[in-house]
Design a protein around this ligand. Sequence first.
Ligand SMILES: CC(=O)N[C@H]1[C@@H](OP(=O)(O)OP(=O)(O)OC[C@H]2O[C@@H](n3ccc(=O)[nH]c3=O)[C@H](O)[C@@H]2O)O[C@H](CO)[C@@H](O)[C@@H]1O
Ligand SMILES: C=C(OP(=O)(O)O)C(=O)O
Length: 424
Amino acid sequence: MQLVVEGGHPLSGEVLISGAKNAALAILPALAMTQGNSLLTNIPDIADVRVMLRILEEIGCAVEHDGERVRLEVPAHLNPEVPYSEGKQLRASSLLLGPLVARLGEARVPLPGGCKIGSRPIDLHLKALEALGAQCVVEHGFVVARAPLGLHGGPIYLDFPSVGATENAIMAAALAQGTTVIHNAAREPEIVDLATALNRFGARVVGAGTDVIRVKGVDGLSGGEHSIIPDRIETGTYLLAGLMGGGPVVVSHVIPTHIEPLLAKLEEAGVRLMVGGDQVRAWLDERPRAVQVKTLPYPGFPTDLQPQITSFLLQAEGTSIVTERIFEDRFGHVDELKRLGARIKTEGRTAVIEGVERLSGAPITATDLRQGASLVLAGLAAEGETVIDGLEHLDRGYEHLEEKLAALGARVHRVEGIQEPVWV
Ligand SMILES: CC(=O)N[C@H]1[C@@H](OP(=O)(O)OP(=O)(O)OC[C@H]2O[C@@H](n3ccc(=O)[nH]c3=O)[C@H](O)[C@@H]2O)O[C@H](CO)[C@@H](O)[C@@H]1O
Ligand SMILES: C=C(OP(=O)(O)O)C(=O)O
């Protein structure tokens, strides 16, 4: 499958943002700690969610998935082993470690997959679980965590505010005996959404959204209902997509405070913004100005929007500097963007972008989710056709990508294996 983007047609109009991939992928594993029936709404219909639902079925849950609603029935007995083929496809499969070891006293989870943007160890997850009394080893490709006598609360000090380690720590602590205090916790909105959902199911988590989170363990969790927060990364992606041609574009059903780090940067670049209720409107009256961007844990600029803002800055006036501080290998878009005429140099974790007035379409390859999104954005601005391979990466995290872009006036379509020219 390839995505053909016919560039040079400015986007305008409104796009409805889906539920957050990274919140859904934390709250679905949390349900493995509950017993009974639950309903999650505003679930994004994306490949990663479908894989997570298959995993939940394989460990014993009954799943009904209908568009943006998921009903889950969790029985008293669950299988502690996450199937290898599914588990290794996702980074978020690691988020079943905490719930399964807390509930069953044992978890067997394959070393996770996800975007290849650095080495992505899970040492901080394991250190957190060990602080609660679990013993963790890697055997035959699986992380095995054991706590036959149950977990007990205590202090957890994270060396880095890792999103996944914070989530695993909260979930494990929710069913541990006594109180856990997580220091240097990640503050991302998805952590707050996880805590909100857990509290609805009967957990006692306070402080989510700050760097100290307290969890008082309870004996069990019931099911419940929860609606997933809007996806701040999808929100940013569509704002930037609209701005590739000047806009105006409106993103709806969003939480504007969650994208403040992006909005601040866009204002600096000269973007005009109107924020109201659950909508943000953005447009440009003139060519954007170059800016400096540095990714940081929330509330810093999100690494998951770094590739997309890099594409936006390709056409800015002046020289922009983008520094990636979260992942050591997240410039996979740079070489592909150069094929479209971008002027970028990377040195270590920094990219220096000299704005150009014109990009031109070419065949290019998506190799991870947000890198792929940045190629689509550049393709929208490039003259002629850009043909993008590797759509499976985009499908992991963007719901109805072509339909949403087409509704904004983009000329994009999917084709089955385009015939390469044959040279004789
Ligand atoms: C499914 C999900 O929610 N994915 C998100 C989550 O990934 P993820 O939870 O994997 O990201 P982390 O916050 O854990 O990773 C941040 C940094 O910490 C390092 N690290 C992390 C854990 C660990 O045990 N040891 C360690 O060294 C990582 O290699 C990375 O350099 O947060 C990232 C940072 O906002 C986002 O880009 C991902 O979209
Ligand atoms: C890095 C990402 O996802 P994952 O952690 O699932 O690989 C992302 O969503 O940009």
